[in-house]
Design a protein. Structure first.
Length: 282
């Protein structure tokens, strides 16, 4: 079975700025994976590579076994992306927008699913409202609905709860967790939302400063383990503790920290970040 997301040896530069350097990342089908990191760490760049909005300088990116550059039609059909920016067509109402989005993916007779998505995102009473008349939070909900309307097996969210109220944030994550339980793979890029919301995220990758940040993903998504400056995480040892270059990641209760990672590096303002992936196993 192919992994849902497979990133191997990826580098990406914008002029002289190195956004990603030799990134390796593998996400299995059915995982709920959190991509965490500060602003400028490279989360959106990585998501843009997955969605085909940008091409890697070197390396390979695939979604459900399809190369995002050479087999872009197949890879894009299997993925729904919620962008960080508010992008919408001002000439249509919410229902029309979702119908058109379905048509882009060749999905016909999709009214029942459109109604269900709008219900879970509290958009039902706005179905006939023009997009221009919606608040920023409502537009954000429509972006999420557009990403889900063709029932993609892989859902990628780039700061999906930015600018929305607390109640919507909770209902949105409940809906996304439900989709994950139904078998969808979820990759959520967040500044630190996943930790604050205490979501049950089986795995997390943290883009952290070399000067030492937190990386984690302990059971319940709330316990975090400190990574020494410059340390690289490697696969977990037999005693359930992930070995790092200097020192160890401790074990909390019965939780095992198994690590998988490459060296993803991003530079901004002279700071360097390392991509560290930590997943939990029972």
């Amino acid at each position: 079975m192919f992994p849902a997301v497979d990133v191997l040896g990826v580098r990406k530069h914008y002029g002289k700025l190195c956004a990603l350097d030799n990134v390796d990342l593998r996400i299995e089908q059915g995982e709920f994976f959190g991509l965490l990191g500060p602003n400028g760490a490279g989360k959106t760049t990585l998501i843009n590579l997955l969605s085909g909005l940008s091409k890697p300088d070197t390396g390979r990116v695939s979604v459900m076994g399809y190369d995002v550059v050479r087999q872009y039609r197949d890879s894009r059909r299997l993925m729904g992306v919620v962008p960080q920016e508010l992008v919408f067509d001002p000439f249509f109402n919410v229902r029309e927008t979702l119908r058109f989005q379905s048509g882009y993916f060749g999905v016909k007779h999709n009214e029942a699913w459109i109604d269900e998505v709008m219900h879970h995102l509290d958009l039902s009473d706005k179905a006939d409202t023009n997009m221009r008349r919606l608040s920023g939070g409502m537009k954000r909900r429509v972006l999420v609905a557009q990403a889900l309307v063709h029932k993609p097996p892989v859902i990628v969210l780039d700061e999906p709860t930015a600018g929305v109220d607390v109640e919507l944030r909770r209902s949105l994550w409940r809906f996304i967790r439900r989709l994950n339980l139904d078998g969808h793979t979820v990759l959520a890029g967040q500044h630190a939302e996943l930790a604050r919301q205490r979501l049950r995220v089986p795995g997390a990758a943290a883009l952290v400063r070399r000067t030492s940040r937190h990386a984690g993903g302990a059971k319940g998504g709330a316990r975090w383990r400190r990574i020494p400056a410059g340390a690289a995480v490697i696969h977990g040892a037999g005693d359930g503790a992930g070995t790092i270059a200097r020192g160890r990641i401790g074990r909390a209760g019965n939780e095992r920290a198994a690590a998988r990672s490459g060296r993803g590096v991003s530079a901004r303002g002279g700071q360097t970040y390392k991509l560290t992936s930590v997943a939990n196993q029972k």
